[in-house]
Write a protein that binds this ligand. Sequence first.
Ligand code: NAP
Length: 478
Amino acid sequence: MIKNITKKKLLINGQWVEAKEHTSLISPFNGEIIGEIPVASLEEVELAIQAADQARETMAKMPAHQRSAILEKLVTSLTERAEEAANIIATEAAKPIEAARIEVARTIQTYKFAAEEARKISGETVPLDAAPGGEGRIAFTVREPVGVIGAITPFNFPMNLVAHKIGPAIATGNTVVLKPASQTPLSALFIGELLLEAGLPNGALNIITGSGSVVGEKITNDQRINMITFTGSPAVGIGIRNKAGLKRVTLELGSNSAVIIDEGVNIEKIIKRCVNGAFSFQGQVCISLQRVYVHENLYDSFVEKFVDETKKLKLGDPLNSSTDVSALISPKETERVLDWIKEAQLGGAEALTGGITEGSVLQPTVLVNVKPKNKISCQEAFGPIVVIDKFGSIDQAVEMVNDSRFGLQAGIYTENIHTALNVAEKLHVGGVLINDIPTFRVDNMPYGGVKESGMGREGIKYAVEEMTEPKLIIINRN
Ligand code: NAP
């Protein structure tokens, strides 16, 4: 359980500041109050932006070894308090505790990568004499921090996705105004505490809780914010991009990720992994396995085994170590997903298991005979749902995967290397997984999408590039 349910404060300029207004944070699983969270006003957001703006110079001038040391200290303290961190995530997000522990372990990795990357940031020499008139000049680039970064994060990986923003931001000497998702502010505030203890200068990280429409809008529109790094839904992300003007913007958005299962694949070997990819954290993962396209020769046996394995999942309290699937983030989300299932069923789809709730938990649901235009297939389900369909030829399967507004990651299981490479070439996504589900991510790989899945890449090294400007310096020796 979370210790000391207290009234939380905003982090502004290195101080915990009492907000004028608060709201109760409710457990998605049992409806209990788990915290009192500040609802920041525009004036409070203004103070946070001012603080971040004033801290720019301190952070930009801080030597790389110091930036790295702060991140290393965070790694040490988070490792010591890992179980507490996992409990916070499990409680505020209803993430099954085992998955929450994995998220904390990944968060530690992410900050480790950031601490390492802080020491490696460098430019390059530019051979100006390659152009007539460039003789006698030495040129090189240095990478400078962009300045103030507005970071807006979603509920589903509330600790690790914050790490993917503030880790590289500190590594590169930027300052940050962070707005965590309203349902999951506790894990962000916890990291704020640890970073203050680690010696992060005042104003380098400000954490402002409150509504997306107030805090998020102000961050998006303020001229002193030089870059927005956003992870969340396509609708909000596209809105931010449209308003951000000349700010640099990276968007990590949603998907309806798919896998292709080719003829000749040993399905026994992959069933557990596919089930896990579809239902971990109730399918509330941006690369959750939502669509499975199986070769017609394997389809019946794949579906049978997939349903059997799905039925073994344990539903219940996220704080219970044996729980695989718990409640969705809100009752409203459960209603939405149930509506989408109903729409598919009216069109002829069949739920082979699930499709109903058990207390506050929506049962893992396997749907077949879904029409491609049903929302549950063509939009992001973000729930414990998987749609299984069959194909006759690999080209047809690729077409089905690409028939999507999204393009984050996709997978193909095949024994044929030519098929694997041809499909990798044809899939219109940010990442292709050969002989794996799309639901794979480690925290140093370039990660991001095409189409409505976003723009820009995370994965510390890649975020470092996004968060710095190359400045060219030329010495004239003539
Ligand atoms: P969301 O509703 O878009 O919210 C994301 C963040 O944006 C929250 O902090 C939210 O604040 C804020 N926000 C809402 N309205 C805003 C506005 N007008 N201006 C600025 N900020 C605003 O997304 P979510 O439901 O938390 O997360 C699920 C989505 O994230 C899914 O689509 C998922 O695929 C995507 N996601 C993508 C990745 C990736 O790396 N590609 C990773 C994880 C999740 P409030 O909470 O206060 O509304």
